[in-house]
Design a protein around this ligand. Structure first.
Ligand code: ADP
Ligand code: ADP
Length: 229
């Protein structure tokens, strides 16, 4: 369990525009915080900064009180799992695609991750199981199946911190509901940031943060935000 803090974070992509303008965000260990807001508000940017695809230009981000700028890339990325909206799978086996999430992952790790992602019933029905090739030259997976492989890929490293970046946004509502149930289960005991634009996808969040214009516009529980109107 890790707590994540954004402290007065400023960031721009270098084109003179400031995307985050003093963002402060506190995610207690084990909590699930949803980040919502209009397209372009900086939600994905926030995730990329936590993963250090880019470095903040002001303020700092800490995990358990430690500035992530001082943590090695390897240990940072081992601690954080991202499930993106559009997962790109390799034209390789399902097992390879899951093992990709962690160097040295073995068959037991892959099977455990697949169980966590609730994709075992699907894999068990395939004649070649984990050895089934997927992608352009293999089996074509549905959007939901692809996301479950992505979830397994993330789970294989058992990250204490989880970022779900519009992880179910591309799915139809029924598939979304099924995947959300799986995600809710794996969020237990992890510090989770759920980035979404539909309120229906974040009903289980402990707290909702509304991002607008590079700042936290408001935050609170569902009930508090509804009361604000
Ligand atoms: P959200 O996830 O809330 O839709 P993003 O974090 O993706 O927002 O984007 C915030 C702003 O940053 C947008 O105006 C977007 O155009 C801009 N942006 C995102 N990625 C880049 C990039 N690589 N280079 C320059 N601008 C970017
Ligand atoms: P590691 O150093 O742990 O190998 P990687 O950068 O290879 O970290 O990524 C680990 C996992 O996170 C992979 O499953 C990769 O697909 C996923 N990932 C990395 N960056 C992103 C991103 N921007 N959006 C979504 N998923 C990502």
């Amino acid at each position: 369990r890790s707590a994540v803090r954004f402290e007065d974070v400023r960031f721009g992509y270098g084109d003179g525009r400031e995307i985050l303008q003093g963002l402060t965000l506190d995610i207690p260990a084990g909590a699930t915080v949803a980040v919502v807001g209009p397209s372009g508000a900086g939600k994905s940017t926030l995730a990329r900064l936590l993963y250090r695809f880019w470095d903040v230009t002001g303020g700092r981000i800490t995990i358990d009180g430690q500035d992530i700028a001082k943590v090695t890339q390897t240990s940072l990325r081992a601690a954080i799992g991202i499930v993106p909206q559009d997962t790109v799978l390799f034209n390789d086996t399902i097992g390879y695609n899951i093992a990709y999430g962690r160097e040295g992952a073995g068959p037991d790790d892959i099977a455990n991750a697949a169980r966590g992602a609730a994709i075992m019933p699907f894999i068990d029905r395939l004649p070649d199981g984990f050895d089934t090739r997927v992608g352009e030259r293999g089996l074509k997976l549905s959007g939901g199946e692809k996301q479950r492989v992505a979830i397994a890929r993330t789970l294989v490293k058992d990250p204490p911190i989880l970022i779900l970046d519009e992880a179910t946004s591309a799915l139809d509502s029924r598939t979304e509901a099924e995947i959300l149930a799986t995600l809710e289960a794996i969020e237990q005991g992890r510090t989770t940031i759920v980035i979404a634009h539909r309120l229906s996808t974040i009903v289980h969040a402990d707290r909702i943060v509304v991002l607008d214009g590079g700042r936290v516009a408001e935050q609170g529980t569902h009930a508090e935000l509804l009361a604000m109107g």
